[in-house]
Design a protein around this ligand. Structure first.
Ligand SMILES: *Cc1c(COP(=O)(O)O)cnc(C)c1O
Length: 401
């Protein structure tokens, strides 16, 4: 077997994705860089989450919601025709089959139950493409909470369908008119709003970013992806554990949840970023939205705007744990262009009858490229998380194809 990627082995102990160190640190990343009132609010969330996560009653209630409302466990699908063409054995973890069509609902339901446990009646959220906003609005409707979703004015124009879905579900959508009027600004605005509303509102962050405990908490809520897949691989695969575990990375929540299930195995972890949003692959150390991590920056240290055809990957940074896994050599971060992602989406549609979200298509595009150039040795078993379905992207694709 040819080994092209410089993996460091054995697996370093602090790469097994347990709790972060003191003050939410993953190596030199993470932390809680927020105004004093939010530091206090984060402390409360941290304490409530630790209690809830140790409480079988809370875990049971979440597991039941995930089963009866979301449709978990999601299947592990072997894709035979594509595997044969690529010369590897590819299995897809089907988060596209969840209610609302992406992994985001796993995290949102966990945080919504936590909000109720903390006596909060309202969820605050930021959203870019609207997927996290729709998931938050869905959870709020299901559990009788209010939802306020901050969204950049430009994204509101580009994602009219999701804006309508959120309003249909009873959420308030607040247009953000500052800065580039996209996700980065919506996040800043949601945090500002939370400062004045910590008493009755919970800030429901949509990825493994933000101040401690969010990167850790969101990863734990998404761990269900990796834990289910681990059991399914043990039953399905001759080797029990796949050689490679691959997922797309925006902020990094579906990847972190997937990796968490395999961090203590010899599986090689690969995070796939958009060429124009490659925080882990090309970012530099900085602080944004309450946390120290890797961000795309200009020469003056200003955070720059990300660009990707997949709105969910259009974030200029990456979660702190991914930055740490990269430094440790435990996970590799690679990039894929818009064109490669579109090509991969079409290929999956035509060989397997699955139209993936453009975000997820990035992960597949790397698998296709790596199988072709030998980065993925022939005969490898590959588990890839298909983070969402492509319905939301059909108008984008329609203009291109
Ligand atoms: C939001 C989103 C992503 C990116 O978010 P992560 O936190 O990196 O997982 C990926 N895929 C889909 C379908 C999404 O909606």
């Amino acid at each position: 077997m040819r080994e092209a990627l410089p993996w460091r082995e054995p697996v370093p102990l602090d790469a097994t994705m347990g709790e972060p160190r003191a003050r939410g640190r993953f190596g030199e990343y993470g932390g809680r860089y927020a105004p004093e009132s939010l530091v206090e609010a984060c402390r409360e969330v941290d304490e409530a989450f630790r209690e809830a996560w140790a409480d079988p009653g809370f875990r049971g209630a979440l597991a039941r919601l995930l089963a009866v409302h979301v449709g978990r466990p999601t299947p592990l699908t072997p894709v035979h025709r594509l595997s044969e063409a690529l010369g590897v054995q590819l299995y897809l973890k089907r988060e596209d089959l969840t209610h609302t069509g992406s992994h985001k609902i796993n995290n949102v339901l966990g945080q919504a139950l936590l909000a109720i446990r903390m006596g909060r009646r309202r969820l605050i959220a930021e959203t870019g493409a609207g997927q996290h906003g729709v998931a938050t609005a869905t959870a709020a409707a299901l559990l009788g909470l209010e939802a306020t979703v901050f969204m950049g004015e430009r994204d509101i124009e580009r994602q009219a369908l999701n804006v309508f879905r959120m309003r249909m579900l009873g959420a308030e959508v607040v247009p953000v008119t500052t800065g580039s009027r996209t996700l980065k600004d919506a996040t800043s605005e949601a945090m500002r709003h939370w400062v004045g509303a910590t008493g009755d509102s919970h800030y429901c962050i949509g990825s493994v970013v933000g101040p401690d405990p969010y990167p850790w908490m969101v990863r734990e809520f998404q761990r269900i992806i990796g834990d289910e897949a681990r059991g399914q691989c043990a039953a399905e695969l001759r080797t029990g554990v796949p050689d490679y575990v691959v997922a797309c990375v925006g902020g990094g929540s579906n990847a972190a949840g997937t990796f968490a299930g395999f961090a203590d195995t010899p599986a090689r972890l690969v995070g796939v970023e958009a060429e124009g949003g490659a925080g882990a692959a090309r970012g530099r150390l900085g602080v944004l939205h309450g946390c120290r991590s890797l961000f795309l920056q200009d020469d003056d240290g200003q955070i720059t705007q990300a660009h990707s055809i997949a709105a969910g990957l259009d974030y200029p940074g990456v979660g702190p744990e991914h930055a740490h896994l990269r430094d440790l050599g435990r996970a590799r971060y690679v990039t894929v262009t818009d064109d490669e992602a579109v090509g991969a989406a079409v290929r999956l549609a035509r060989t397997e009858g699955i139209v993936p979200a453009l975000e997820s298509a990035h992960a597949l595009a790397w698998v296709i490229r790596a199988a072709g150039d030998g980065d993925l040795p022939a005969g490898s078993t590959v588990l890839m998380t298909l983070s969402g379905r492509g319905d939301k992207d059909v108008s984008t694709l329609k203009e291109l194809l």
